[in-house]
Design a protein around this ligand. Structure first.
Ligand code: 173
Length: 488
């Protein structure tokens, strides 16, 4: 077994070993390729890098990027001295804020979690999670769209008992909501995605495991209750063989991200040091400036994925196949005709094609098109919506317009970043309470009684007057000057 002292002897650019999770790796040849730049790796040359590595790398990143001969075996734990991390002033302040966050009792809605997360998250985590592409118009439209749909409540219905439980892809769910995949949970909380798994297991909610979870697939499955259903998000890997090894109930294939969108909040973090001040730009560090956390780890995504590949997926799995990221009736019909079991109307939380429409708006055309091609609702074809869902009333609007269920990503992510598993449980409770009250006020006792007539979506297509402020443009634009008068 290697001793930590031996590892420490390999601490230079042309001879560099590091320790991650008790294993020693020779990363010398990988240094120039490291998407985060060479400087950051060299900081850990000859040392244990686990703590810095873990939150921003999915579990097998190092193994997948090095040939087996670079894996030098375990380090003798008795030789490793724990490095005491020196906290920056900004980090100390953040930890004080985290300790002093409002008690969970004071959280009244899902927006509150986001407000707390914004304060308590490390800046890189907040930037990665909250960022959306380009001018961030679609992310704002996702919220705005719900606000352009109005209720038409029915009165004098006996609403003493309300039941908002649902069945999603054949699985019982206590809410008409599932947890949508969001990557890199450990950036925001040491237990990462397990917070969601555990809370979901307790409350009968279904979690979609992200391809790029911080926790391994096995860790998540082990944290689940014996019969807890799980869905799986799939980014199709360039190496299709890897895809085969994964097994779950329903496969949500991401189809809106052949290349990741530019999330500029995330990208700019490369220019900020851990103390919040500007990083020295020496031009030599090898940092790819066009990549934030997300793009840096996205090179495995296969941009050649196309409709012709769907039959192949159908041969390797009996799971339901759902296409995540459909926006048009044309593609919805193709998905139906190619034998998929459903679609998610999603714009990837506004993180992909900016100024694409909201899933809620697309739902209208897509439901109309699907009605021409079979029974409606179609028990064999589910239509999910995600993006901007924060309230029980949002959920009801989507259901009224024909959605089978809705996905919530950031809403639950911010809940666990701020309060761990208890936060997620609270988020479920809030959504349940909001659903119950709104269904009572709407005159619907169960989800079947939520009808299209209960909403007025006539304004949904109108984007007039709702153009979001173009922040970047407005702060750089210089107004034209008027003609100058002599002597004035
Ligand atoms: O939205 C994302 O950030 C995302 O889907 C992703 C994809 C690849 C790597 C990391 C994140």
């Amino acid at each position: 077994m290697l001793s930590a002292q031996t590892v420490a002897e390999h601490a230079s650019q042309d001879n560099c070993w590091i320790i991650i999770h008790g294993q020693v790796y020779d990363i010398t040849s990988f240094i120039p390729e490291h998407p985060g730049g060479s400087k950051i790796i060299l900081k850990y040359a000859g040392k244990d890098a686990t703590e810095a590595y873990e939150p921003i790398h999915p579990p097998n990143t190092i193994k997948d990027n090095l040939t087996p001969d670079k894996h030098l075996g375990p380090v003798d734990p008795s030789t490793v001295t724990k490095v005491v991390k020196v906290l920056s002033e900004a980090e100390k302040q953040r930890q004080v804020l985290l300790e002093n966050r409002p008690p969970l009792d004071e959280i009244l809605n899902l927006h509150d979690f986001e407000a707390v997360a914004k304060v308590v998250l490390p800046p890189t985590a907040w930037a990665y999670y909250s960022s959306a592409s380009d001018d961030e118009i679609t992310i704002r439209e996702n919220r705005a769209a719900f606000q352009r749909v109005w209720f038409r409540p029915r009165i004098l219905v006996n609403v003493s008992t309300i039941d908002y439980s649902s069945t999603i892809l054949g699985q019982r769910s206590s809410l008409p909501v599932y947890i949508s995949a969001t990557a890199l949970g450990k950036l925001g909380h040491p237990d990462g995605e397990l917070n969601l798994t555990r809370a979901a297991g307790k409350h009968g909610v279904i979690q979609m495991i992200p391809t790029l979870a911080s926790c391994s697939f096995d860790e998540i499955v082990d944290a689940a209750q014996p019969n807890q259903p799980l869905f799986l998000q799939l980014y199709v890997n360039r190496d299709r063989e890897i895809t085969k090894t994964i097994r779950v109930k329903a496969l949500f294939i991401t189809v809106d991200a052949p290349q990741l969108g530019r999330r500029e909040k995330d990208m700019r973090m490369k220019f900020v040091g851990s103390d919040g001040t500007a990083k020295v730009q020496d031009g030599m560090s090898g940092v790819k400036k066009d990549e934030g956390v997300a793009r840096a780890i996205s090179s495995f995504i296969d941009p050649s994925l196309c409709w012709d590949d769907i039959p192949w997926f159908q041969t390797i799995t009996n799971m339901a196949i759902i296409l995540k990221g459909v926006s048009t009736p044309e593609d919805a019909i193709l998905a139906l005709e190619s034998g998929c079991q459903g679609i998610v109307l999603s714009n990837h939380g506004g993180r992909q094609l900016d100024t694409s429409r909201s899933g809620l708006e697309n739902l209208i055309d897509i439901v109309a098109a699907l009605k021409t091609r079979g029974p409606w609702p179609n028990p064999k074809f589910s239509v999910f919506v995600d993006g901007g869902v924060r309230r029980g009333s949002d959920v009801l609007k989507a259901l009224a317009l024909g959605a089978t269920a809705v996905g919530v990503g950031r809403g639950f992510l911010y809940a666990f970043c701020s309060y761990g598993e208890a936060g997620v449980e609270k988020a479920f409770k809030i959504l349940g309470d909001e659903l119950e009250m709104n269904m009572r006020l709407l005159g619907a006792r169960n989800l079947k009684e939520i009808k299209p007539e209960m909403v007025d979506a006539s304004g949904l297509r109108s984007h007039a007057g709702l153009t979001p402020t173009d922040n970047l443009y407005q702060s750089t634009y210089q107004p034209l000057r008027l003609a100058e008068f002599k002597g004035s």
